[in-house]
Design a protein around this ligand. Structure first.
Ligand code: ADP
Ligand code: MG
Length: 214
């Protein structure tokens, strides 16, 4: 069974940060259609700060995820700082004592991250938020673990579930956050947080897939 070594895998977080920074303008543009247009700016600021602090350090995946979470939590405003901050802090905590990460551990770290988001905000699936990408990703990872899928397959399915969830936000009416003020007019465009979340889940899955020991 393929596994990821926790030690030395912190660079995955820098790769996630690079994807967010690359998509800064895109994420703000999406947020600008039904929000205030700052999502890419907020996200890129937090993720690039975390990447700067991790640069040149040999860290475990748990340490790097926690460092990212702490920066988002304490230094980034908007809805996203606390939501993603808690997501990464809880994800990190779920694996802090793990030497290796397998499919089941991957699923449980994502589940812990979701619980972190839910501890901060009151959104549910269907409200047109980051949860519309995150919840299907968590459920898909858990199903993969239960079915005994191999790790590469589980990672690919989880990444795809987040993408599919993001795509479904196009048809949703926003029920929470700034975009909810638009009511029916929030329909027809993607949700910014679901878009960033699908990028994060995808980059995490890719980063793990590239480092699996067999
Ligand atoms: P702000 O709304 O303060 O401008 P951002 O633009 O950074 O913050 O983030 C907007 C995103 O936050 C939305 O697209 C949505 O996905 C997400 N969001 C807002 N409120 C919640 C919540 N309670 N739970 C989960 N996600 C939320
Ligand atoms: Mg915004």
């Amino acid at each position: 069974m393929a596994t990821l070594r926790n030690a030395g895998s912190g660079a995955i977080v820098s790769e996630i940060a690079a994807v967010i920074v690359e998509n800064r303008a895109y994420l703000s543009e999406i947020d600008g259609r039904i929000g205030d247009g700052d999502h890419g700016v907020n996200m890129a600021k937090g993720f690039s700060r975390a990447a700067e602090r991790l640069a040149g350090r040999e860290t475990s995946l748990a340490e790097a995820l926690d460092a990212l979470g702490q920066v988002l939590m304490s230094e980034i405003g908007g809805s996203m700082g606390p939501l993603y901050g808690m997501m990464f802090i809880e994800t990190a905590e779920a694996i802090e004592d793990a030497e290796t990460i397998d499919v089941a551990k991957f699923a449980s770290m994502l589940r812990a991250g979701l619980a972190g988001v839910e501890s901060v905000g009151a959104a549910k699936v269907g409200d047109k938020t980051m949860l519309d990408a995150l919840v299907p990703a968590v459920e898909t990872a858990e199903a993969a673990a239960a079915e005994g899928k191999d790790f590469p397959e589980a990672l690919a399915a989880t990444k795809q579930a987040a993408i599919d969830g993001r795509e479904r936000t196009r048809d949703l009416v926003a029920k929470i956050g700034r975009a909810s003020r638009l009511g029916e007019r929030s329909k027809g465009v993607l949700d910014a947080g679901a878009t960033s979340c699908s990028l994060i889940v995808g980059a995490l899955a890719d980063g793990i897939a590239a480092r699996l020991d067999r």
